[in-house]
Write a protein that binds this ligand. Structure first.
Ligand code: GLN
Length: 547
């Protein structure tokens, strides 16, 4: 029998429902339960694949090729499991299924309505993963209680609470308890209001998790319990943490998992085994070295746009006991006059994924600087494509080489639209998406990194390396070290004469987790450390002469 936990949010957005859900799931998983998390988003896009990062942060891609909300990345990173298309559902997808069924005649003679047709479809999807053998399914409801668009989801939770046997379902409400500096006081009123609003919709929280900058006193917890009609031990403090990876341990201290299990009528459960997690956290909090990595992209003002890349650096830094400082560099502001000054002092360079023309020239200049100066380089998707263009222009001498994404008329389309993409006109869910195998050539950097000849990685792109140029590139020193064994698409390029230069057409950042940091990131940090070391040795060697 599967048990259900619903996580709602009140007062403001960005309280970290995803992190609280993932932390609770981690604790339950560490106690031996089979847990998954899903997210229900109230917007009308069928999936977030058509939203740009300014709207919604990074689009996270699952093994099965679903374009999903970035919270699914947190779920995978915390739980070390794969999620699927079924783990992210939007209002758009719900309506799409109901409308398709209506056209097929499934409701012949009936008026199709929000209640019961839309709510039935929401409930069906909320329970869909129960067939996969999970003990507990956590469902995060996107948005904030009180939003018009999240009403059908709250209503579906209300109905499920009625329909499921007692103790099979509970609601955790995440809220904000703001600290008013002038009054020197934490305020509970917004929490009271949001619980009241939810109650008006027929759903009463079983547990209230309070985001707060200051510790919640016992009196304050009692006050929230009294006014919001929950037991005092069901008011949980969620203090601000230095790292999101501390939150599972903070929730464990607050006994969130124990209270949840008791309310779900689960009376026997082992102690959680968080040893691997604690070891990771210890390394993360006590680094013995440091590197500075330049992240070249075009959404620099948004911390969510490159979420998985930043998290992968945290995982790989911790393994190396190394603090990874990220210096975000906006590619639009890199020029040939400024590039050396902007990149001097970095220990490694990552050119980020992306779409469209903006900021392309800066990315190409950055690759050139890394290639010519032996600076460790790591290009992801568009970043890899830029490294191929840079090499074509500056080593092969194909001065106008480009991707047909940016210049459809280029005489040297070294990056070209995939054959299968040429006839596609609609935008949603039509890229090359999800996991594909890749065969790695022995003796290459990629092989050294993966320690394996067959790998599988996730994709999200339309353009690819143009194999017409493969022979001349390889002859000039850019090696295709990984290819798709079925289609021959080039997935990995590297420059063997460079200390560390690798570009990948896929997105390795999507598969980096706390327990399984991605090997390319891990080796990239090692290379950055070596580079930093060699630079400081070099400057020490120079010092006497200069003196
Ligand atoms: N715009 C490029 C393509 O579609 C790269 C995509 C990406 O970086 N994810 O191929």
């Amino acid at each position: 029998m599967t048990k259900y936990i619903f996580v709602t949010g009140g007062v403001t957005s960005s309280l970290g429902k995803g992190i609280i859900s993932a932390s609770l799931a981690k604790l339950l998983q560490a106690r031996g339960f089979k847990v998954t998390i899903q997210k229900f988003d109230p917007y009308i896009n069928v999936d977030p694949g058509t939203l740009n990062p300014y709207e919604h942060g990074e689009c996270y891609v699952t093994e099965d090729g679903a374009e999903t909300d970035l919270d699914l990345g947190h779920y995978e990173r915390f739980l070390n499991i794969y999620t699927t298309q079924a783990n992210n559902v939007t209002t758009g997808r719900i309506y799409q299924s109901v409308i398709n069924k209506e056209r097929e005649g499934a409701y012949l003679g009936k008026t199709v309505q929000v209640i019961p047709h839309i709510t039935d479809e929401i409930k069906r999807r909320m329970q869909l993963l129960s067939t996969s053998g999970y003990d507990i399914i956590i469902t995060e409801i996107g948005g904030t209680v009180g939003d018009i668009e999240s009403l059908p989801f709250i209503e579906a939770v209300r109905q499920l609470q009625w329909e499921l046997p007692d103790g099979d379902c509970l609601v955790v409400h995440l809220t904000l308890v703001p600290y008013l500096k002038a009054a020197k006081e934490l305020k509970t009123k917004p929490t009271q209001h949001s619980v009241k609003m939810m109650s008006e919709n027929g759903v009463h929280p079983d547990i209230i998790v309070c985001r707060t900058e200051q510790p919640l006193s016992k009196e304050l917890k009692n006050k929230i319990a009294l006014f919001c009609n929950v037991k005092p031990d069901s008011v949980i403090e969620a203090a601000d943490a230095k790292s999101i990876y501390e939150v599972p341990l903070l929730m464990q201290q607050e006994q969130l998992d124990v209270i949840v299990l008791k309310k779900l009528n689960i009376t026997w459960f082992p102690e959680p085994d968080m040893s691997v997690w604690k070891k990771f956290l210890d390394k993360l909090m006590h680094p013995t070295s440091k590197v500075t990595i330049g992240l070249i992209g075009k959404y620099m003002e948004l911390q969510d746009a490159y979420k998985s890349i930043l998290e992968a650096f945290i995982h790989s830094g911790a393994v190396n006991e190394c603090k990874v400082e990220i210096q975000s560099i906006h590619s639009e502001f890199i020029t040939s006059d400024t590039v050396a000054d902007q990149l001097n002092g970095l220990d490694g360079l990552l050119v980020a994924p992306g779409f469209g023309h903006r900021g392309i020239d800066g990315k190409i200049l950055a690759v050139q600087y890394a290639r010519e100066n032996g600076l460790p380089f790591f290009g992801i998707c568009l970043g890899m494509q830029m490294s191929v263009i840079e090499f074509s222009r500056n080593v092969l001498g194909l001065k106008s080489a480009h991707s047909t994404e940016m210049n459809p008329e280029t005489p040297d389309p070294v990056i070209d639209l995939m054959e299968a993409q040429k006839t596609i006109t609609s935008k949603g869910g039509t890229m090359r998406l999800g996991a594909y195998p890749c065969k790695i050539e022995p003796g290459t950097l990629a092989h050294q990194i993966y320690g394996s000849e067959m790998i599988s990685e996730r994709h999200r792109h339309r353009w690819e390396f143009n194999n017409k140029y493969l022979a001349s590139m390889e002859a000039a020193g850019l090696k295709a070290s990984g290819v798709n064994p079925e289609t021959n698409l080039v997935e990995i390029v590297e420059i063997p004469s460079h200390p560390f230069f690798i570009g990948v057409q896929y997105h390795p950042e999507l598969k980096s987790t706390v327990e399984n940091p991605h090997p390319i990131f891990v080796h990239f940090i090692k290379a950055a450390l070596a580079y930093r070391h060699s630079r400081s040795e070099g400057s020490r060697a120079l010092a006497p002469e200069m003196a």
